[in-house]
Ligand binder design. Sequence first.
Ligand SMILES: [Zn+2]
Length: 493
Amino acid sequence: MKKILCIVLAVCILVCLPILAACSPNKLRDAAKKADSYEIVAAYDPETHILSASQTVTMTNRSGNAFQSVKFHIYANQYREGASTPVVPSVYKAKAYPNGDSYGDITFDSVKVNGTPVAYTIEGKDMDILSAPLSEELFPDQKVTVEMTYQIQLANIMHRLGYTDNVVNLGNFYPILCNIANDNYDCSPYYNIGDPFVSEVANYNVSITLPEEYTVASSGNLKEATPATSGVVTYCYEAQAIRDFAFVLSTKFNKLTHTVGNTQVNYYYYNDQNSEDSLATAVGMLEYLNKNVGEYPYEQYSVCESDFCYGGMEYPSLTMVTSGSQSYKEAVAHETAHQWFYGIIGSDQIANAWQDEGLTDFITFMYLDEAGVMPLTTAIKANTKNYVSYVDVLTNYYDHVDTSFRALDQYKNDNEYVIFTYIKGSLLFNTLYETMGKTKFLKALSNYFDQAQFTVATPQTMINSFTKVGGNELGKIFADFIEGKEIISKVFN
Ligand SMILES: [Zn+2]
């Protein structure tokens, strides 16, 4: 996600050098072969703002344990009235709900396991987990198929899932398998700071039926569009080895397109006065990361201007960039960098948000520097000043200030999360960059890409990629920043 810092968020940076960029068609194929699959047949009614869907998921038990159920996150239920964790923190409420309170939810008509209806349960702190019981234990490496039909009522909200006058955002809309970690389902609740999602790559076949006046921006590749009948059209998409699937719908979209290597880059917009510049930024960042880190493995990437209460939101091969952004260039660059760091290379965004947000912010600075938008040093000075000032203020009030990287639920508020994850995170990567030099820094990222593409990478995997290229002493830099023992210079000029 791109957060707009209440204080001052600096932007920008670096210079790049060509480095070996690893191409990965075989790795994509291998990842797809092992992945779970989702088939979703959806229809959207703009009169009622209801998305109706049937969904079939085939999952393999990749844990070492036998399972007695299959569990899904149902994030659509977080938009319910009375949710114990409101979908946005109170400081963002006015922006998220410009027309006042509005609610949404998901209701299920039926759930079947291997073709047999089951007595499913809705669980979790916020009714955010669907549990489908199994009549027989599912042993390691066994497969199971879960079918379900459901309706999602959308709220009138500028968020990942909701409708506004301009767009319909369908992010985190469908029931998604709880990630398996430590031989069990990770049923972490939703948090209203950060991006509280962790998922493995999967294969998708998704269709959506809706009135023909809508333009559909989507994850994946368009395979078929049926001719409109009675004013309604169906679009069918396919995607292999992607981490999630999202749509943005609008009757107002204009579209610009450019091809980068094997990827078609689309920019859907309705209000951006510098749309060509925004497309060029997406294209430029894609080329930059193709060259310096590893080749983008997907055939399509869509950037969508959208109504969103933060700066933007990343999904595989689709990003939302907030309409009216102070800097569309920064927002587009940031979300596009996430295509690599979150998308191709996953990480635990709940436990280690610095791993993708800090790196994404620093890569954004590197790219904006190369593109002549803002020098890297300017961005880093601004972030250093913000971080040091924040810690200084807290130190005046408290005996002990925790400056470690923490899990989402360990930050006191959204502002603290932004300061540590984005700002201190970018300073970690700047320290590595200054220590290693640009060539080795990019080589380490290329190594990280080779090692971790299509996985959920641990911090140790990232650290190993850097120490392999730059030496074991870099491990101490990571450890100091993670534990809050780093020394960040207070010299700003
Ligand atoms: Zn982000």
